[in-house]
Ligand binder design. Sequence first.
Ligand SMILES: Nc1ncnc2c1ncn2[C@@H]1O[C@H](COP(=O)(O)OP(=O)(O)O)[C@@H](O)[C@H]1O
Ligand SMILES: [Mg+2]
Length: 240
Amino acid sequence: MIQIENVTKVFKMGENEVRALDGVSLKIENGEMVAIMGPSGSGKSTLMSIVGCLDVPSTGSYLLDSLPVETMNDSQLADIRNHKIGFVFQQFNLLSRTSALENVLLPLSYTRLNGRQSRQKADHALEMVGLGERKNHHPSELSGGQQQRVAIARALVNDPSILIADEPTGALDSKTGAEIIDLFQTLHRDFGQTVIMVTHDSFVARHTDRIIRLADGRIVSDTINPNPLKAGTPRPEAEA
Ligand SMILES: Nc1ncnc2c1ncn2[C@@H]1O[C@H](COP(=O)(O)OP(=O)(O)O)[C@@H](O)[C@H]1O
Ligand SMILES: [Mg+2]
């Protein structure tokens, strides 16, 4: 479970201070699927970095599965980033000179698995995202949607309990984006993963169980979505 209490994040830029998060309190239970919305600059990515243990709050507390993140040392944090949390970004962030398979193998190089075990896990992750056939292709030989699937396989390969996706459909056309959302829904439903997804797209957000909105570094609404859209729901004409 994720428990954030009165978190602020202040960036100092010379004389100026930017208050990216301004007193955010938030609880996300294991197995929830949550959308984070809000205008550009409202603090969404900063919040995701903190939730994902890539960055630390300026003030406030963060308990991850009841453990205070601020007391963890570098090796404990690295362990959490490698095993508990998977990250997916808008721009895929794949290594361009290596195959899909090698991209997915990368996070396993920090584990104690041998070559054959790693290979099996990476193959399995690529199959889960529907890319088993394309694993030897380089990113440039794959479509945007396929590249994002490789990035999702890479995020999944260590079986993280939390999947954080920062505008995962932002660089994709709406049909391909819908397929990526369907994939997140499947992972959430079949494997009980906690999915936290930043999106600008309210149609995408309506596929989740809960929608949290940020503005100026604060949570301005946090609502349960009683009827999440199902995979394959066509986008309403008016929103296309
Ligand atoms: N590393 C940083 N250094 C300085 N300012 C930052 C940094 N990261 C984010 N900010 C500022 O914090 C605010 C929130 O940014 P961000 O979390 O990226 O918003 P969002 O993801 O909602 O667009 C913005 O004003 C942004 O310019
Ligand atoms: Mg952002």
